[in-house]
Each structure stands twice: as structure tokens, then as C-alpha cells.
Design a protein around this ligand. Structure first.
Ligand SMILES: *Cc1c(COP(=O)(O)O)cnc(C)c1O
Length: 420
């Protein structure tokens, strides 16, 4: 089947909850993919950071095949020989004490919410059903009903009510707003260290450390969603480490790259002081902690410990941003980001980011808009300098080619992406 035929059956039989670029990928190696027509593309999205190690990394594929042949699933009704070592190695890597494994990122965030609420009732003594978890405007934590209940994106919420109560919202990047929002019922502040889906929004320096200090003072949990930013993407193992130990959260949500881009696996990690609130039967998942995903995650952690990926992300990211800033394109409002999580914001008076992504695809680069106005560049962390140079040549052709929109025309709504 050719590209058009593949797209036609996907459209006919699959729900239309995404608006993908018209490319049908068949295989991938490192940072490069090949489509069904035999064309090659440089991947600049990495499945939203799930593919930090690139496609088909031999260490991950070998670990997956070995475990595939032994045992894939046991359920948590029994022990398996991968779960314990996975939890231990994740604790050693991160410096935390206890792990609760799940599958998707959204499930990890749901687990963080449940943990914080239970901690609030059992440890803090909050009155039943009164717990509040403060979240930030423009957050992205996934797509379950509870999580979209605290989204500020109208499209993520519309038609899915009634919503889960108990999530006051404050502006991102403003510690004073956090302090003002805290009440006797507050159990946690739940936030992303960099808001990736909302357009690679980097908070002011010192923001996370200040928030942590406020949380400590009021005895509430400081919870970071590192699902997209964690595991070396931003140039440090976790994004909060840019602010040092002063920003260390009480709990983290991890996902995406934890499964090496091979299998879905997510987790919350925290202290026993918090994790002790769970008793057998309180929470769980059939596939959570399965030996197949745990074995691959262990292989992924081995790569994190041995490949120097954080330094790579930092150095390549700095190089990439420097080259992007040197492109003279009137459509560009700002180039920002950390490590290899980079956003190029397009001015309102130019076509939306999707317009650029379509043209970059024609040049051999696969990118995704983050909201309407930001082109996200987040390649696998194994990217070579020569690949970045190759990409820059193409980006330098596409960015300046955009013409300002006519004053009356405005943006074409048909160009809007379907979000994440
Ligand atoms: C992707 C993402 C999630 C949700 O993960 P899924 O695996 O898609 O459910 C949650 N938080 C952040 C910051 C993310 O980037």
C-alpha cells in the first residue's frame, strides 16, 4: 500500500482524534525513519521524548527480545523477577526511596493525584473529600477525566464534563500565586518543570526552588511531572536539577523515555513517608510492573547511566539553539528551551506552526507544533552534530519563506493541529 492508501484506511477505520502529517512510517534507526515509499526523514519529535534513545537501539531491542522469550506478563497477583530490580535501579538512579509502576503517563499523574490525596487524609488529617491539589494554567498531564478537569485548554475539556473538583489553578511561573492559593485543605502543588505541550514554556530562574520552599513551609507535597522533561531531555537527568538540590520535589511522575520508546511504562517515585499510604488493594493496574516493560526500562536506565545523554542533550541543544537564533527569519518571535527541548515561537501575524511543519516535512524533517504558534524541535538525544547541521540547512530555507498574513485574513483555522 502507498501513503494515500494507508492514510485512507486509517481515516476510515480509526477515530479522528489526531491530525497527523501525511507521512506513513515503516521503520526507524537512530534519529532517522523510512516511510512506505522509501523516503527518509529526520525525526525531530522523538514521540514527545519517548524516543530519547532513538529508534531500534540494539541494547533495548536485545533486552526486549530476551525478555519476550522468557515471560511478558504475570499480573501483580504474583511476583516477577524484573519488578524488584526495576524499582531498586530506578530508586538508585533518581535518589528516591519507593516506586509505584503504571503504564501511561496519564496513569502516573492519576497515581500522583491519588497518592497526594490519600497522604492528605491519612497523614495531614484533612477532612474527608476536601483535599485540594494546586495546578498551573496551561498544564498538560494527560487525557483522563480527572486530568482534563484541571486543564485550561478548552478543546481538551469540551464535551467531557462533569469534571473532577479539587484542583485550584494558578499562573505558571509565579511563586507568590502559589502561596496565595494555599488553604488548610491543600495537599500538593502539581506542576511541570517546563511546560512542553503548551509551547516549551520555561519558568523564571529559581521558580522551582521557591515553590519547593513554599510547599515545605506549608507542609504540602511538591510534585513534578517529569514525564516529558525527565531522563536527560533538558540536559540534566531531571529538569529540576537545573536549579540544584533546592528544587528537589517530594514526588515525580515519569513515563515516556522510561520504556525506551519500546513499551509503555510509567511510575511515580517518592519517599516511604508518602508511599506508605498505600495498602494492598488500594490501587493497581493489570499491566503495571509487568516483567516485559520492567526489563526494557532497566535496559533504558543502563543506557542513561552509561551514554552521557544528559551532557549530549545540553551540548547539542546549545549548538542547535545557537544555529536557530542565527537564522534571519522575520516570522520568528523567539527561540527558547533547555537541552534538546526547543521551541521556535512564530509571530501571530504569520501562519501557524503547522504550516511550517508541513513544509519542513517536504524537506525531510518531521516536527510537531506545540500549540498553535510554536514549532517544537526535540530530536532523539543520540542525534549527531552533522544531523543538526543537515536540519539547520532545511530549517533556514523554510522559516524565512513564510509571508505575513493579510491584515483582514488572520490565521486559517483549518491549519490548527489536533493537539497532542
Ligand atoms: C505526555 C505527557 C503526559 C501523558 O503521558 P501519556 O503517556 O500520553 O498518557 C503527562 N505529562 C506530560 C508532561 C507529558 O508530556
Amino acid at each position: 500500500m502507498n501513503t494515500q492508501e494507508h492514510i485512507a484506511i486509517a481515516e476510515q477505520y480509526g477515530a479522528h482524534n489526531y491530525h497527523p502529517l501525511p507521512v506513513v512510517i515503516q521503520s526507524g534507526q537512530g534519529c532517522w525513519v523510512t516511510d512506505v515509499e522509501g523516503r527518509r526523514f529526520l525525526d525531530m519529535l522523538s514521540a514527545y521524548s519517548a524516543l530519547n534513545f532513538g529508534y531500534s537501539h540494539p541494547h533495548l531491542i536485545d533486552a526486549a527480545i530476551a525478555q519476550l522469550k522468557k515471560c511478558t506478563l504475570t499480573s501483580r497477583a504474583f511476583h516477577n523477577d524484573q519488578l524488584g530490580p526495576f524499582c531498586k535501579e530506578l530508586c538508585e538512579l533518581s535518589g528516591y526511596e519507593a516506586v509505584l509502576p503504571m503504564n501511561s503517563g496519564a496513569e502516573a499523574c492519576e497515581t500522583a493525584v491519588k497518592t497526594a490525596r490519600k497522604w492528605g487524609y491519612k497523614v495531614k488529617g484533612i477532612a474527608q473529600n476536601q483535599a485540594e491539589i494546586i495546578c498551573a494554567n496551561n498544564n498538560f498531564h494527560g487525557r483522563t477525566v480527572t486530568i482534563i478537569s484541571f486543564s485550561t485548554d478548552a478543546q481538551y475539556r469540551e464535551g467531557f464534563g462533569p469534571y473532577t473538583p479539587g484542583f485550584p489553578l494558578i499562573p505558571f511561573g509565579d511563586p507568590a500565586a502559589l502561596e496565595r492559593a494555599i488553604t488548610k485543605n491543600t495537599v500538593a502543588f502539581f506542576v511541570e518543570p517546563i511546560q512542553a505541550e503548551s509551547g516549551i514554556l520555561v519558568p523564571p530562574d529559581g521558580y522551582l526552588a521557591k515553590c519547593r520552599e513554599i510547599c515545605k513551609k506549608h507542609n504540602i507535597l511538591f510534585i513534578l511531572d517529569e514525564i516529558q522533561t525527565g531522563l536527560c531531555r533538558t540536559g540534566t537527568l531531571f529538569a529540576w536539577q537545573h536549579e540544584g538540590a533546592a528544587a528537589r520535589p517530594d514526588m515525580m511522575c515519569l513515563g515516556k523515555a522510561l520504556g525506551g520508546g519500546v513499551l509503555p511504562i510509567s511510575a511515580i517515585i517518592t519517599s516511604w513517608d508518602v508511599m506508605k499510604v498505600f495498602q494492598p488493594g488500594d490501587h493497581g493496574s493489570t499491566f503495571g510492573g509487568n516483567p516485559f516493560a520492567c526489563a526494557v526500562a532497566r535496559a533504558a536506565m543502563h543506557l542513561i547511566k552509561t551514554m552521557g545523554l544528559a551532557e549530549r542533550a545540553r551540548d547539542m541543544g546549545e549548538y542547535f539553539r545557537g544555529k536557530l537564533r542565527a537564522i534571519n527569519a522575520p516570522a520568528v518571535k523567539e527561540v527558547r528551551g533547555r537541552g534538546l527541548l526547543i521551541g521556535v515561537e512564530i509571530k501571530d501575524t504569520y501562519p501557524q506552526a503547522r504550516w511550517f511543519c508541513e513544509r519542513l516535512m517536504a524537506e525531510g524533517l518531521l516536527c510537531k507544533d506545540a500549540h498553535d504558534h510554536v514549532i517544537r524541535f526535540a530530536p532523539p538525544l543520540v542525534i549527531e552534530k552533522s544531523d543538526i547541521d543537515w536540519a539547520i540547512e532545511r530549517i533556514a530555507k523554510v522559516l524565512p519563506s513564510a509571508q505575513p498574513l493579510s491584515a483582514d485574513g488572520g490565521r486559517k483555522p483549518a491549519m490548527a493541529g489536533a493537539g497532542h
